[in-house]
Design a binder for this molecule. Structure first.
Ligand SMILES: CC(=O)N[C@@H](CC(=O)O)C(=O)O
Ligand SMILES: [Zn+2]
Length: 320
């Protein structure tokens, strides 16, 4: 292959590792506290500046998701530029601080890449969350994590890629202040709980991701690649009755079945009377965030995704 097949991209020098964007998702909280001990070699790589950072320290202190509102939903330009007042929610203030340290979002000065570490109560395994189908660098990184070493970083498990690009379902994440945002979502783990197996999976993804960045910066060329991703298409709420109370539970046949095909006619909910409510769509979808604890308040029982091939151009670092 000639060099013309590779798009030249700027080096990725400033990388942040965010934990505690949600204060009760403890793998990232614990890892960041560990890495903040000075000179932690696990995250050090030549030519890279890696900064571990606690995104929502007040929520971490209280071991809750957030204080006033969800930090991982407030990074719209409008909130980031709003003058502060006495009644400004804590997370909006914090978002502005984060934007001034790691952004400004959308500018040349922004950090190159942020790994944002989350846990889910859903059985999603080790999921990478991408925001754009056109970010060659993060797609290449996911491809590397999926296939290196030859069986993949988390072999024999796979590492699903969840794409949140969507005209109305996309949300304004904390990591979106960086040029390349990468969410790392590992489950199942109850919020407020630490599990060693889950923590180890998260750690491995971060290590492999940093290795990829180091190799890219050092001049390695990565040929064009295509990965399988799951793209968000719809949120599904629980059936609700008066006062907005939930009237059915996730059906046992759907519980823990994240990323498994859901076919038309399959059961999705179960009422207290023992009646199954069926999936009435016309096509097979792949559910994720099934029975995520934090999403009851967001009126969301699971999300539907569809499989999509995500392709990236070949990339190599630009020399100037
Ligand atoms: C369970 C959880 O917090 N999930 C994350 C997903 C993400 O980071 O995109 C969130 O809702 O913000
Ligand atoms: Zn989270």
């Amino acid at each position: 292959m000639t060099s013309s097949h590779f798009a030249e991209e700027a080096p990725v020098r400033r990388v942040a590792l965010f934990g505690g964007t949600h204060g009760n998702e403890l793998s990232g909280v614990f890892l960041v506290k560990h890495w903040q001990q000075e000179g932690e070699p696990e995250i050090r790589r030549p030519g890279l500046q890696t900064k571990p950072f606690m995104a929502n320290p007040r929520a971490v202190e209280k071991c809750c998701r957030y204080i006033d509102c969800d930090l991982n939903r407030v990074f719209e330009k409008e909130n980031l530029g709003k003058p502060l007042a006495e009644n400004t929610p804590y997370e909006v203030q914090r978002a502005q601080e984060i934007n001034s340290i790691f952004g400004p979002k959308g500018s040349r000065d922004a950090y190159d890449l942020i790994f944002d570490l989350h846990n889910t109560t859903a059985n999603m395994g080790s999921t990478l969350i991408l925001e754009s189908s056109r970010d060659d660098f993060t797609i290449q990184m996911c491809s590397y994590i999926k296939i290196f070493p030859p069986q993949g970083a988390l072999a024999p498990e796979v590492c699903p890629v969840f794409l949140i690009e969507h005209p109305h379902l996309k949300y304004a994440t904390t990591r979106s202040v960086a040029k390349h945002p990468v969410g790392v979502e590992v489950g199942p783990q109850p919020h407020g709980v630490l599990r060693a197996d889950i923590l180890e999976k998260m750690r491995k993804i971060v290590r492999h991701g940093l290795d990829f960045i180091r190799m890219f910066n050092a001049g390695q060329a990565f040929p064009p690649c295509t990965i399988e991703a799951y793209k968000i298409v719809e949120k599904v709420d629980y059936p609700r009755g008066k006062n907005n109370e939930i009237t059915a539970l996730i059906h046992p046949d759907l519980q823990d079945q994240d990323w498994r095909p859901l076919h038309p006619g399959d059961p999705i909910f179960l009422t207290m009377e023992g009646e199954a409510i069926l999936y009435e769509g016309e096509t097979t979808v792949y559910p994720a965030f099934v029975n995520e604890a934090a999403y009851y308040e967001k009126q969301q029982a699971f999300v539907k995704t569809v499989k999509e091939a995500l392709s990236a151009r070949g990339i190599r670092v630009s020399q100037n």
